[in-house]
Design a protein around this ligand. Structure first.
Ligand SMILES: *Cc1c(COP(=O)(O)O)cnc(C)c1O
Length: 386
């Protein structure tokens, strides 16, 4: 079967993966080597030095490219290293329009590092594209979208962003970490580059830090490969193997994350002590119609607030869980909870944070793939304490 004809659940297991040419090993070996023997000058088997290319990493990169319906995949030492590589395609004086509801680490990289190199960032709301259009000028080069956003689960219309991006000859980048290609494929919707924190759902087992970029365009790919090799923030073969292993069950995990997420979202919404629940699967979510169009499911990330909006209540609930673990990160098989106001979003000024909805009692859940009854019982006993 031609690999580009495979359906998603077949691709996660087979795309980019060939039995090892030396031994026939079915699982991609961990090529733990920095360098490769050459028969004579320039006469090698396609690998020269592992910063440039490594067979284990290459299998993963080809696999991820196929999942996003891209042509090129590049893996990095972290999600932020992947973002860093995208920004290095720009020059001093260039401008970027980014969503104002952005992963904190991306915001820090943009404002504390790249602004020092003369790149200007405009952070604008993207629930519709008015503010994006208004921010475009002759120096604008790139639009940065993240959807759904963290932790408020806002949805940005990728097709609408792509229309504007193409009209002004810009590069559209989509951080697809929260959705994974199982639920949303931005390249099909007109994006130029897809970015992942592989650390989250793609790796799926909370045991690796890694990032990735995927694109279709030859010229963009050439620039990104040049930066990947020149800056050198690559991931190692052992981590590549772990992610190859994790990705083989991406479709199964995401199905369960979505099922459990939907159950928990509805459970919380009907709970007497819960105030607001943020989840794009609700029909009254402000951009539910867009979520429904561009995503095939709503994943397992849910944020909620409690009546009275007390920090003590939030702390009581989170420290009383038996199954949910209080920890940063998301997207692993195990359920996690975090407190955005004091953890991921602490660096954002209080007033700005609260305007965006990140209030003291806001809790973000990453619903795992455990038995749903155990998760509901855990929430029930913790909420009963307040
Ligand atoms: C975690 C995360 C990142 C950063 O990725 P790392 O692997 O932690 O460097 C970027 N974007 C989003 C949406 C994330 O959740």
């Amino acid at each position: 079967m031609a690999k580009d004809k495979m359906r998603f659940g077949t691709k996660v297991i087979h795309a980019g993966i060939e039995p090892d040419s030396a031994t026939g090993a079915v699982m991609t070996p961990i090529y733990q080597t920095s360098t490769y023997a050459q028969k004579s000058l320039g006469n090698h088997k396609g690998f020269e030095y592992s910063r440039t290319s490594n067979p284990t990493r290459k299998a993963l990169e080809d696999n991820i490219a196929a999942l996003e319906n891209g042509k090129y995949g590049l893996c990095f030492a972290s999600g932020l290293a992947a973002i860093d590589a995208v920004l290095k395609t720009l020059n001093s004086g260039d401008e970027v329009i980014s969503t104002n509801d952005l992963y904190g680490g991306s915001y820090r990289l943009f404002t504390k590092i790249f602004e020092n190199f003369g790149i200007k960032f405009h952070f604008v709301p993207m629930h519709d594209m008015t503010a994006v259009e208004e921010a475009i000028n002759a120096n604008t080069k790139l639009i940065w979208v993240e959807t759904p956003t963290n932790p408020m689960m806002n949805i940005i219309d990728i097709k609408a962003a792509s229309t504007i991006s193409k009209k002004h000859d810009l590069i559209l980048v989509v951080d697809n970490t929260f959705s994974t290609p199982y639920l949303q494929r931005p390249l099909d919707l007109g994006a130029d580059i897809v970015m992942h924190s592989i650390t989250k759902y793609m790796g799926g087992h909370s045991d690796v830090i890694m990032g990735a970029l995927i694109c279709k365009d030859d010229k963009i790919a050439k620039k990104l490969y040049f930066i990947q090799n020149s800056s050198g923030a690559v991931c190692g073969p052992q981590d590549s193997f772990l992610v190859l292993r994790g990705i083989k069950t991406l479709h199964l995990r995401m199905q369960r994350h979505c099922e459990n997420g939907a159950e928990i979202a509805h459970y919380l919404r009907n709970h007497s002590k819960v105030n607001k629940v943020y989840w794009p699967g609700f029909e009254d979510h402000p951009n539910h119609h867009i979520a429904k169009e561009q995503m095939s499911g709503f994943s397992g990330i849910i944020s909620f607030t409690m009546n009275g909006d007390s920090l003590d209540d939030a702390n009581m609930v989170m420290s009383s869980f038996n199954v949910f673990t209080l920890a940063e990160s998301l997207g692993g098989v195990e359920s996690l909870c975090c407190h955005p106001a004091s953890m991921t979003h602490a660096a954002i000024p209080k007033e700005e944070r609260e305007k965006a909805g990140v209030v003291p009692s806001l809790i973000r859940l990453s619903v795992g793939v455990e038995d749903i009854e155990d998760l509901k019982e855990d929430l029930e006993q913790a909420l009963a304490l307040i």
